[in-house]
Design a protein around this ligand. Structure first.
Ligand code: COA
Length: 127
């Protein structure tokens, strides 16, 4: 897991999920590209802990953090076996499938974040 973190940008926000005090799942999110564009990277769950919701928890926390920091678009290069994990979090495929050398088939997936509803400065006047 520390090895994964060493590849992330210094301003990346990291989330970890623990089971019985053991770190079993990690993920990172950081601004990347245009203003308001954030990228999820490095999602990984230890093999013995997969399929029990840790990755879903980590991805949800990453999306929440980026959203709280004015993300308007959150994207990731997603390994095709992990596609449904991202779809359940609201991401949609926005690219053709492509091959990353030594890692395998990927797609770009994106989540559009709606701006928060603007609040009126004061209550509307009654007629
Ligand atoms: C993808 C990964 C992070 C998911 O973590 P997780 O803790 O198993 O996730 P959850 O239990 O919340 O959800 C399981 C989902 O992960 C996906 N998944 C991918 N590979 C999986 C595996 N070997 N075992 C279980 N689920 C896997 C499935 O799509 C599953 O979705 P589904 O419930 O719709 O079928 C984890 O399987 C992993 O580390 N895989 C290897 C590295 C990798 O592919 N990282 C993603 C790069 S985009």
């Amino acid at each position: 897991m520390a090895e994964l973190a060493s590849h992330e940008p210094p301003d990346a926000y990291a989330v970890g999920a623990f089971a019985s005090e053991e770190l079993v799942s990690v993920g990172f999110v950081a601004p990347d590209g245009q203003p308001g564009s954030w990228r999820v990277r490095g999602m990984a769950t230890a093999p013995h802990a997969r399929g029990r919701g840790a990755g879903t928890f980590v991805l949800g926390a990453l999306v929440a953090y980026a959203t709280e920091h004015q993300a308007r678009r959150i994207w990731a290069n997603v390994r095709t076996p992990a596609r449904s994990l991202y779809e359940r979090a609201g991401f949609r495929v926005t690219s053709e499938q492509f091959e990353l050398p030594e890692i395998g088939p990927h797609v770009v997936m994106e989540l559009s974040v709606l701006p928060p509803a603007s609040k009126p400065d004061r209550a509307p006047s009654r007629p």
